[in-house]
Design a protein around this ligand. Sequence first.
Ligand SMILES: Nc1ncnc2c1ncn2[C@@H]1O[C@H](COP(=O)(O)OP(=O)(O)OP(=O)(O)O)[C@@H](O)[C@H]1O
Length: 239
Amino acid sequence: MTKCYRDGGDTVRALDGIGLYVEDGGTLVLQGPPGGGKSTLLRILAGLERPTRGSVELDGTDLATVTESRLARIRAESIGLLGPDAGLTPGRTARQNVAGALVPLRLHPADRWELAGDALEEVGLSGHMDFLPGELDDHARRRTALARALVKRPTALLADRPTAGLPAADRADFTELLARLWSERRLTCVIATEDDALARRAPRRATLSRGTVTAAGSGDPQGDGADRPAPWCASRSAR
Ligand SMILES: Nc1ncnc2c1ncn2[C@@H]1O[C@H](COP(=O)(O)OP(=O)(O)OP(=O)(O)O)[C@@H](O)[C@H]1O
């Protein structure tokens, strides 16, 4: 898959012929230098942008070619998004913020409320459901955003720098939470991060540089398997 942008008279190849496969329940961490293409890849996987060439299949549907209305539906139902800042609505409690993600799914308000409570409990915030974002610390706000991303039980969770800017102890806690979700709940995740401790926990990781995958392997703590060719990855540079 390739993604080009026009920059004045120039063409920027943000992604240059990459191929990646994430199995159901798998987790892939993307690392690499600034400008390597991580955010572009996440935006395309999220259906926020389309590739210039190639396909992006989610559960057999090609996000590159579906209609806009179907794409909007897939985003609302099947994709959980998590950014580097929580992005919560200020005047609404944690529970209202999480329940809001279920509005497009047309559930009964009582069901939305109950599911939002369950999701907040799952991220350890059962005692903070009625707090406004401004009354929560950054770590609690990120966990609320995680609950909001997960409450609809998405097919995939896509996270861009989810631990960026957190103090070390909170970063470690948030990493534990994510690792628990992908191992116990078999959540399918693609995560872009500069956080090596988080990357090392992931079953698979790939390095994106200048729009190509320059290394791919397992992310176990010993680094065993890292930087070796991986069957789930194909890139111009790896061919
Ligand atoms: N909308 C855009 N218009 C023009 N160029 C863009 C656009 N979005 C991204 N790019 C370019 O595409 C390349 C990849 O950018 P991208 O943000 O995906 O990298 P990244 O690995 O996420 O970097 P960072 O960690 O700095 O966010 C860069 O050269 C960037 O300048």
